[in-house]
Design a protein around this ligand. Structure first.
Ligand SMILES: [Zn+2]
Length: 438
C-alpha cells in the first residue's frame, strides 16, 4: 500500500470534458499533484492517506479557468450599467480608476479571489493596473494567476507612460518567474490605445522572455471602424502586421471578426478568450465562436471585469456561451455542454500552454472543485457535465483545491476572511470617491 497526503472520493469524477466520467471515483493527491485516479474501491485498496475526504454526493471536477478578467474591478461592480462601451469606459470607469492605488487593487483582487473560489474557479488571467498587487493577492489566497500590467499610450494611475508599463512588465517577470502559482504576461491594452512602437515593444518583450501576449481585440464595431480608418485594415490584420498574432497570443472578445480574420487567427494558432456576458451587457455583439471552433481555434472563456458582467461566475458564463451560439446559428448541436466545459478547462489550459492543468489525470496539478449533487435542481443526473453547464449554480460548489491545498472546505474559505473584507469595503469605496449617497 502506497501512502499520500490526501484521498478524495465522490459520486462522480470528471477527468476531462470529452471523456466518460468515473462513477464512484477517487483521486489521490500528493505534493500538489494527482498521484492516482480511478474507482474508489480500487484506489482505497492501493493507497492510504493522511486525510481521506468522502463526498458521497460530490461531483469532483477540474477547477475552472477564467481566461479574461480585471479582478480588482470588484470595487466598481454596478458603478454604471446599461451604457455603450466607450461612454461607460470614458465617463465612469476611467474617472473612478484615476484614484486607484496599489492597496486598493490588492483589496479588490482579494474580493475577486473570494468570489471566484466560491464559484469553482481555480485559475484566472488578469489584466489591470498595479498588477504586482493582483499577483500578491492571488498568491496569498492560493489561486493560480496569469497577471499582466495594462500597457497604454497615455498615463495611468500606475505609470506615467507605456514605456514605464513595459519596464514594470520586466520587473514583474524578475520578481515572480519562479513562483509556483503566478505567471507574468505582456498586456498591451487594445490596438487603439497602444501606438505602433508600443505594440512592437510589447511583442519583443514577450518574445524575449517567452511570455504570453494578452490583449483585447475586435471588441466592438467602433474599434473595427477606428482601426480601419487609421490603418486601412481590420484590428486582427493590423496586429498581425506588427507580429502580435502568434501561438502565444490570447485575444479577448474577438466579437467583430470576419471570416478572413478567423482564418488568420487559425493559421497563426492564436487563442481567443470569449466573454459572452460582458459582450452582451455592453451591447458589443456576439463573437462568432461556432465558426472559430470550426476553424480549430482554441477558444477559452472569460467573465471580463465585474463592472461589465457583473459577476465572476464561470458556471453561468459556460451556460450562456453554449446557448448563445445555438441561438445565433439556429443549430442546437454547436457548442455542446462538453465543449463549453472544455473552454473553461482543457482548452484554457492549452491556451496557457499548461497541459498539467484543466484535467484530472495522473501527473496533473491537483486543481479541482467539488459540487454537491444531492439537490433538487441537480437530480436526476443522467450526464453530470450537462448539469455543470446548464443547471449548476455558484452555491453548489462546496470545496475547492489548488495545487493540493484546500482554499474552501464545506463552503468555508480557508485563506480569505469574507466578513473582514466586507467590513473594509466602505473605506475602500470612500478612497475611490464612490461612497454611497444617502
Ligand atoms: Zn477586458
Amino acid at each position: 500500500v502506497n501512502s499520500a497526503e490526501t484521498i478524495i472520493t465522490g459520486e462522480t469524477l470528471i477527468t476531462d470534458p470529452h471523456e466518460s466520467p468515473i462513477s464512484t471515483g477517487a483521486l489521490v493527491i500528493d505534493k500538489g499533484i494527482i498521484a492516482d485516479i480511478g474507482k474508489k474501491e480500487e484506489i482505497l485498496k492501493r493507497w492510504q492517506a493522511d486525510e481521506i475526504v468522502h463526498k458521497p454526493a460530490g461531483l469532483i471536477m477540474p477547477g475552472l479557468i477564467n481566461c479574461h478578467t480585471h479582478a480588482p474591478m470588484t470595487l466598481l461592480r454596478g458603478i454604471a450599467d446599461d451604457l455603450p462601451l466607450k461612454e461607460w469606459l470614458e465617463k465612469h470607469i476611467f474617472p473612478a480608476e484615476s484614484r486607484l492605488t496599489s492597496d486598493l487593487v490588492y483589496f479588490g483582487a482579494e474580493l475577486a479571489c473570494a468570489e471566484m473560489i466560491r464559484a469553482g474557479t481555480t485559475s484566472f488571467v488578469d489584466m489591470y493596473l498595479f498588477e504586482d498587487s493582483v499577483a500578491k493577492a492571488a498568491a496569498q489566497s492560493g489561486m493560480r494567476a496569469w497577471v499582466g500590467e495594462g500597457i497604454f499610450d497615455f498615463p495611468t494611475p500606475a505609470f506615467s507612460s507605456g514605456e514605464e508599463a513595459l519596464k514594470e512588465t520586466r520587473r514583474l517577470y524578475e520578481k515572480w518567474h519562479n513562483h509556483p502559482l503566478i505567471t507574468i504576461t505582456v498586456d498591451p491594452h487594445t490596438p487603439y490605445t497602444c501606438s505602433k512602437p508600443l505594440l512592437e515593444k510589447s511583442r519583443d518583450i514577450a518574445k524575449d522572455l517567452d511570455l504570453l501576449i494578452v490583449t483585447h481585440l475586435a471588441e466592438t464595431a467602433w474599434e473595427d471602424g477606428e482601426i480601419r480608418r487609421r490603418f486601412g485594415t481590420t484590428p486582427a490584420r493590423y496586429l498581425d502586421s506588427l507580429g502580435l498574432i502568434t501561438p502565444n497570443t490570447l485575444a479577448a472578445h474577438c466579437v467583430c471578426l470576419g471570416s478572413k480574420d478567423i482564418k488568420l487567427l487559425s493559421n497563426k494558432r492564436a487563442c481567443v478568450a470569449h466573454c459572452p456576458e460582458s459582450n452582451l451587457k455592453l451591447g458589443s455583439g456576439i463573437a462568432p465562436v461556432a465558426e472559430m471552433l470550426q476553424e480549430n481555434i482554441t477558444v477559452t472563456l472569460g467573465t471580463d471585469g465585474t463592472a461589465s458582467n457583473n459577476d465572476l461566475d464561470m458556471l453561468t458564463e459556460m451556460d450562456i456561451a453554449a446557448k448563445l451560439q445555438k441561438g445565433v446559428t439556429k443549430d442546437p448541436t454547436v457548442v455542446s455542454a462538453h465543449d463549453a466545459l472544455a473552454m473553461a478547462t482543457t482548452w484554457a489550459a492549452r491556451a496557457l500552454k499548461r497541459d498539467d492543468l484543466g484535467r484530472l489525470k495522473k501527473g496533473c496539478q491537483a486543481d479541482l472543485a467539488i459540487l454537491d449533487m444531492e439537490q433538487v435542481h441537480l437530480r436526476p443526473t443522467f450526464d453530470p457535465i450537462s448539469h455543470i453547464v446548464y443547471a449548476a449554480k455558484q452555491g453548489d460548489v462546496t470545496d475547492l483545491m489548488v495545487a493540493g491545498k484546500w482554499l474552501m472546505r464545506d463552503r468555508c474559505l480557508t485563506t480569505l476572511d469574507e466578513e473582514e473584507l466586507l467590513k473594509k469595503l466602505p473605506n475602500a469605496l470612500e478612497k475611490l470617491g464612490l461612497s454611497r449617497k444617502e
